[in-house]
Design a protein around this ligand. Structure first.
Ligand SMILES: *Cc1c(COP(=O)(O)O)cnc(C)c1O
Length: 410
């Protein structure tokens, strides 16, 4: 167990620092204009989001609109199939819109409303964040502009349609590779020109301060609920908690409920097709310190020090960096970051679907696959998996690429 209670009793008081640092990681590496906008959001966060009015309203929204609390499900058939370890899933797939992202989007949009902003500006890669933020904007009656690379727009037609139906404007970005990185740059640029009227809403625990902290805090509902539910269900804490890590928001959410408890925490990064350059997105495992998108963290670099091309079978995990707090928790040794590849992930995807009647998002299937491996190794105890989302969005891709396997492989 990599854990010393006294080190973590005061963790949330100390991290991040006032300037948004977790050790060397984090910060706000943006131009003066954007810095001013970020400072405004940080100030608003500390006053508004800590008020009982805000907290009460968010609580009500989570209950009456999102469908929280989400349950914990005991994965009985999967557990029996593997051996003696008991596997459980925190069901973030049962959120409205089908994933955990709505947790921070509703928080960010509620903050926008309290700040008197009229418009939300965001970027999206695969479109999952775009759909969640468009949903939040519709709920609060805010204008919404989502920047999206031209390549992604072509690939993710159903999510583009969803955003438009929800009333958002999808703005095509045609610079560079025409994917997420360029979409972030374009969203930042648009935001710096109208931050008085608009608020920028990021999709994970990444970006300049205060976003990694804010998104973590909005997601922490997952971990707080999970700890209470798990202990009342089983009478004890889980031995391990496993979550997939792209930018790292679902992982930070569930980890925050367990950071100062004696529970082993595992963050799972996508190894994709393997270790060679461009074939994975396991930044915390194989990256180096570096700044991108306004924050310092661990990232995968090419030979010129720029963000490397990345790949994962799960489009929500193919980001060349991860949240600064993950980099910090890695260095502290509090969370173990490990990898799982495409093949094991797809096997776990079909296993969970067929054995338990739960079709997971391919992102979440990474956590399931890793938990299966861990269970075989531990041979005793319990593992709680954060099931970050449901797989409806992945159906066409799965059927086209893999078909239906004859039998379950684990
Ligand atoms: C976006 C997404 C992820 C990855 O994002 P994190 O910020 O790392 O949580 C994981 N699972 C699902 C279902 C997603 O939509």
């Amino acid at each position: 167990m990599i854990f010393n209670q006294t080190d973590f009793d005061t963790y949330f008081k100390h991290y991040p620092t006032k300037d948004g640092f977790y050790g060397n990681y984090g910060g706000a590496y943006v131009n003066d204009q954007l810095k001013k906008a970020m400072d405004e959001i940080a100030d608003a966060y500390f006053t508004i989001c800590k008020s009982s009015r805000f907290i009460d309203e968010l609580r009500k929204i989570r209950r009456d609109f999102q469908g929280r609390p989400t349950p914990i499900t005991y994965l009985e058939k999967l557990s029996k199939r593997i051996g003696k370890v008991q596997l459980y899933a925190k069901r973030e797939d049962l959120n409205h819109t089908g994933a955990h992202k709505i947790n921070h989007c509703m928080g960010e949009a509620l903050l926008a409303k309290y700040m008197g902003k009229k418009k939300i500006i965001a970027e999206t890669g695969a479109g999952q964040h775009g759909v969640a933020i468009a949903t939040a904007a519709a709920y609060f009656g805010l204008e919404c502009e989502v920047y999206m690379g031209a390549v992604d727009i072509k690939k993710q037609a159903p999510n583009v349609a969803r955003m438009k139906i929800l009333g958002a404007k999808v703005i095509e970005v045609t610079e560079g590779e025409q994917t997420l990185k360029e979409a972030v740059d374009a969203a930042f640029k648009a935001y710096s020109q109208e931050y008085e009227n608009a608020i920028y809403c990021i999709g994970s625990v990444v970006g300049p301060h205060p976003f990694p902290m804010m998104v973590r805090d909005f997601q922490s509902v997952v971990g707080i609920e999970a700890r209470e539910q798990f202990t009342s269900l089983t009478g004890e804490l889980p031995d391990a908690v496993v979550a997939c890590v792209g930018g790292g928001s679902n992982a930070m959410g569930i980890f925050s409920g367990f950071l100062n408890y004696p529970v082993d925490l595992y963050g799972v990064e996508p190894l994709g097709k393997g270790l060679s350059f461009g074939n994975h997105a396991a930044s915390l495992n194989y990256g180096q310190e570096g700044i991108m998108h306004g924050f310092n963290s661990i990232m995968l670099k090419d030979e010129n020090g720029n963000p490397a091309p990345v790949y994962s079978v799960a489009s929500g995990l193919d980001y060349p960096s991860s949240g600064p707090e993950h980099a910090f928790l890695r260095d502290l040794g509090r969370v173990k970051y490990d990898v799982i590849g495409d093949d094991e992930t797809i096997n776990a995807f079909f296993a969970l679907s067929k054995l338990e009647g739960i079709i997971p998002a391919i992102e979440s299937a990474h956590a399931v696959a890793y938990a299966v491996q861990l269970a075989k190794k531990l041979n005793t105890g319990s593992i709680l998996i954060n099931l970050s989302g449901r797989g409806d969005k992945d159906m066409d891709f799965i059927i086209e690429k893999y078909g239906i396997p004859e039998k379950i492989t684990l």
